[in-house]
Ligand binder design. Structure first.
Ligand code: NAD
Ligand code: ZN
Length: 371
């Protein structure tokens, strides 16, 4: 294939196995694809649950779904992007089903196939390993734990040249998820109360967004004291360590009866149940934390019914990335969304250390520097 090139990539070869840095080969861009020279890629909890096979992405695979880089070349059907553009890579969507056409690409009918399928949706991969064997790829329509990645024009979001590109990758997933859940899905109101169950990268992005939205009571709940401390610096008005305190009582006491809005990002069903219990009348719970497939959680039906409460699942902050990611960049540049406070940089070669630091709660949002 013309335009194919040697790349270095982090490969997951088996369930719960460490990432292995390997030499591989990536084909050139076709159709509406863009070839991106990756500058840096965020590591998201979702990469780790796929490494550990909570979601059945076929292995061996190149993961990575918070890529940021510079367009190197474009396929013949790319309309607007051109070589040299700075882009943030986000999730894949087909672009023509009803949810995509309605501006809800995160609920694309083909979302699982396009983001977790491990190929282009038609059984073809674009990467081969040093032995010439295919590696599963197209993870979130990018597989950006690599020096170069192929995305499609629809999921490569142009960002201003004057923004710090190496920092921006997480806007494509984890940060967009927390901020979008608050601003797009829950539509947290000025003067309202908001409780973030989980103060990881997603939960703290939600805290910052709740402050942007004008919520006046912002509660962060976690079990790691340093994360709660940071939550206070980023806009939380209260914090609850759920290892030491009864969360339901605490949230009800702080809010005077229950939270108006809440977001669950721990991926733990018992935390979700508690969060629903601690909603106020007409309160809304957004669910973004991802447990193993098949996990169930329980709640008191009459508590939901009589209080007019609601629970909704949220993918990727339900954003239109072309609109929302540049907005987050502007909020960052204005000092109103300081997500750089969550970040620690690692070289790509230290991806396993980054993963371990993330799991142990030492690093909130690792970003792997690639170029
Ligand atoms: P993270 O590990 O940084 O954050 C999770 C936080 O939950 C941690 O701070 C942890 O200390 C805290 N926690 C764990 N157990 C707890 C408990 N019992 N009580 C209170 N807090 C507890 O992960 P993240 O990157 O912020 O991602 C959060 C979740 O969102 C993951 O499950 C991830 O897979 C998922 N995710 C979903 C989407 C989506 O589109 N829905 C997008 C990105 C990430
Ligand atoms: Zn993610």
């Amino acid at each position: 294939n013309s335009g194919s090139r040697d790349i270095t990539a982090a490969v997951v070869r088996g369930k719960e196995q460490p990432f292995v840095i390997e030499q591989a080969r990536l084909r050139g861009p076709q159709d509406d694809e863009v070839l991106v020279k990756i500058v840096a890629t965020g590591l998201c909890h979702t990469d780790l649950i796929v490494r550990d096979q909570y979601y059945p992405v076929p292995l061996p695979a190149v993961l990575g779904h918070e890529g940021a880089g510079i367009v190197e070349a474009v396929g013949p059907n790319v309309r607007e992007l051109k070589a040299g553009d700075h882009v943030v890579l986000t999730y894949g969507q087909c672009g023509h089903c009803n949810p995509c056409r309605g501006g809800h690409g995160a609920y694309c009918r083909d979302f699982f196939a396009l983001n977790f399928g491990g190929d282009d949706g038609h059984g073809h991969t674009a990467i081969t390993d040093a032995q010439g064997q295919p590696l599963h790829d197209h993870f979130f329509a990018q597989s950006s734990f690599a020096t170069f990645a192929l995305a499609r024009e629809i999921n490569a979001i142009k960002v201003p040249d004057d923004a710090p590109l190496e920092l921006l990758g997480p806007l494509g997933c984890g940060i967009q998820t927390g901020a979008g859940a608050v601003l797009n899905s829950l539509q947290v109101r000025s003067g309202s109360s908001f409780a973030s169950y989980g103060a990881g990268a997603v939960g703290l992005s939600a805290v910052m967004a709740a402050k942007v939205a004008g919520a006046t009571t912002i509660i962060a709940i976690d079990v790691v004291p340093s994360r709660l401390q940071l939550a206070m610096e980023l806009g939380a008005t209260h914090v609850v360590n759920s290892r030491e305190t009864d969360v339901i009582e605490a949230v009800r006491a702080i809010t005077g009866g229950g939270a108006d809005f809440a977001l669950e990002s721990t991926g733990r069903p018992e935390v979700l149940s508690a969060g629903i219990e601690a909603l106020g009348g007409l309160g809304m719970m957004g669910v973004v934390g991802a447990p193993k497939l098949g996990t169930t959680a329980s709640f008191d039906v009459n508590n939901l019914l009589l209080g007019g409460r609601s629970i909704r699942g949220i993918v990727e902050g339900d954003s239109v990335p072309q609109v929302f990611i540049p907005q987050l960049v502007t909020l960052y540049q204005q000092g109103r969304f300081p997500f750089d406070r969550l970040v620690k940089f690692y070289p790509l070669e230290q991806i396993n250390q980054a993963a371990e630091d993330s799991t142990r709660g030492i690093t909130l949002k690792p970003i792997l520097r690639i170029a």
